[in-house]
Design a protein around this ligand. Structure first.
Ligand SMILES: *Cc1c(COP(=O)(O)O)cnc(C)c1O
Length: 232
């Protein structure tokens, strides 16, 4: 069995190769380690191997892990669906949120971001695969949402996040990620971030401009959902 440290080296090598193949600057793609469903010990191992940015989908699970790992210098990203009644804890306990898809949630995050913390970095999640998913802002509504979110104090709008439907060919992945990039490029405000690419499609995402790839399985192994999946 390979260790998390081995997996991390492999993923970093994949990112480096894809970055070079795309003619992009070394270090221009950041690795977000997605630790959902994995124990705090797995995060600790990845940290020991040099990883600092971690992504979580379920608030209660994330808060428990953060408390267990309070001795480490970690940067936490919230990447899951956001219920309105969870915004306060998210605003208080995370540095980034990749999954903002409506103004109400952004307004609550902005109001609830503690004044002593730097602005919360935000990506807007865009629904890039149409009918296949209900999560994410519709592309037609993105410009209005971005303008409104960009004006909120307490938040720093950084870019877009997308989760394409699984099972696409490489060509389809490229077309889809290129659409996300074009949407981002069409927004005002020189947004610097594109959160796209997971274990199975990080190469295509990097070729189309990803600045964050969100990697779970390739780092921590397959997730076990035989236990009831947390819903929040
Ligand atoms: C679980 C998850 C990931 C990680 O996916 P892998 O295929 O395991 O790399 C990335 N992004 C989001 C939003 C997720 O929920």
């Amino acid at each position: 069995m390979s260790t998390i440290a081995d997996n991390l080296s492999s993923v970093i090598a994949r990112i480096g190769a894809a970055t070079q193949a795309a003619g992009r600057a070394p270090g221009s793609v950041n690795l977000l380690a997605v630790s959902k469903t994995k124990p705090a010990q797995a995060v600790r191992e990845a940290h020991a191997a040099g990883q600092r940015h971690f992504g979580e989908n379920y608030l209660q699970e994330a808060l428990a892990k953060q408390a267990e790992l309070a001795d480490l210098d970690l940067t936490w990203h919230f990447i899951g669906p956001i219920q309105s009644n969870k915004t306060k804890a998210i605003a208080e306990h995370f540095d980034w949120v990749h999954s903002v898809d409506r103004l109400k949630v952004a307004q609550r995050l902005a109001e609830q971001r503690p004044a002593h913390l730097p602005p919360l970095n935000v990506c807007l999640q865009v629904n890039i695969s149409g009918e296949a998913s209900k999560a994410g802002c519709e592309p037609a509504e993105l410009a209005a949402l971005a303008a409104a979110v960009g004006a909120l104090p307490g938040l720093c709008l950084r870019g877009l996040m997308a989760i394409p439907e699984p099972g696409m060919s490489i060509d389809e992945q490229n077309v889809t990620f290129a659409r996300v990039r074009a949407l981002r490029d069409g927004l005002d405000g020189a947004l610097d971030s594109l959160s796209m690419g997971m274990s199975d499609d990080l190469e295509a995402a990097i070729s189309q401009g990803a600045t964050w790839v969100r990697i779970g399985t390739a780092l921590f192994g397959a997730r076990d959902y035989s236990k009831p999946e947390p819903t929040a």
